[in-house]
Design a protein around this ligand. Sequence first.
Ligand code: PGA
Length: 235
Amino acid sequence: MTKYIIANWKMRMGVAEAKDFMEQLSFEEMPENHQVILCPPFPLLGLVQEHIKAAHLGAQDCSAHDLGPFTGDVSAKLLCEMGCRYVIVGHSERRHAFGEDSATVRAKAHRALDEKMIPIVCIGETKEVKQAGETHAFLRKQLEASLPDQDFILAYEPVWAIGTGEVPSLEDIASIHGALKSVLTHHGKGHTPILYGGSVTAQNVSDILSLDAVSGVLVGSASLDPESFSNIMRG
Ligand code: PGA
């Protein structure tokens, strides 16, 4: 089974750092079933693409619109022309800091699919939802409202685990991924890869990837350092 290892640099990398990163990234000893996807900020897509080697290029977001008068937005069509094969949509930072709802996330996923790119649709519960014991119901609703019509990759990222160093237990990850698979199966999409994201590090990645229910990881902070991310790529 393919295991996706995705770097989400967020708004954290500059030109010099990105050049250094690409020079130092090492694919040595990476298992053959690992598929690496690098998602830099938009202006660094060209630079990363030039040095991409065995990885694929992804974007962190795309517009929900077709080409038109949308100042500051970036179209899926342009991302595809830049060499992107994947686009993250609905990351919790977009949902919470920019007020994106699931209908918008779904529209973005469809724009990516229109260009033959694969959307990586993110969902995840907040700490409040978790403490109220409503995680499963919340995730089901968020997934169903964000669900694209065609094939996609799902990333389960508990909001409380992003950038905090807090990670759910392996049992909890397996059980939530199992529940998400049931929802997907109900919609005829049981084959969808389900990734885990939230405080993944070189130390915990092999345990997380060893779970059958986990088809890969979405990595934020630990993807900024080439040595740490090369270790994560090895699993
Ligand atoms: P983190 O971020 O690895 O820094 O927790 C993950 C993400 O936001 O995708």
